[in-house]
Design a protein around this ligand. Sequence first.
Ligand code: HEC
Length: 169
Amino acid sequence: MTEPVAKPDLTTPAQHGAYLVTMRSCNDCHTPRNPKFQLIPGMELAGGTPIAAGVASANLTPDASGIGYYNEAPFIQAMRTGYVRARKLNSIVPWWVFRNMTDDDLEAVFAYLRTLKPVHHLDRGLRVGLGSLGRAIGKDALFKALGAATVANMAGIIDPGRDLRGQGF
Ligand code: HEC
């Protein structure tokens, strides 16, 4: 027998959104891992996890290197169609699972994402580059290197949030 699970506090949209983010495992793909493959505290949903050949996850925090420029409309479009305006997301993004969430649910998820601490971590060009590197050296090796790099970044040693667009990625 298992114990009944207590109903979480879903009073505010952000609390409801936090619950949905947990249940839909957004963190599994969107929170970077340390070299031991553990999710890195303080980097919740800050992206950069290589998911498949040529693609790493996006930073979902409200930073300029994340989705700070979003409002609800592009977010709901992304979750329902797999496009951010004209940009097609990699087909690994399971938007087809999320598209049947109600408007209230998606608005709640967005409200929760807006409560995250903005984390300056990776831009789109660097994410795509990381995905390609994962294909070249293997995803496990990349996870380890990236975990170490993320920890170094948090210690202020390097800045993986620098903009590498137009520099070969
Ligand atoms: C299977 C792994 C996976 C899961 C689970 C996942 N994502 Fe993602 N997501 C990705 C990847 C990879 C990208 C980057 C796609 C690209 O660059 O084309 C992405 C991109 C996004 C984007 C677009 C950001 C941009 O570039 O503008 C949003 C928004 C997003 N995800 C939200 C979510 C939310 C919210 C959840 C949970 C409900 C979630 N994702 C769960 C892998 C995942």
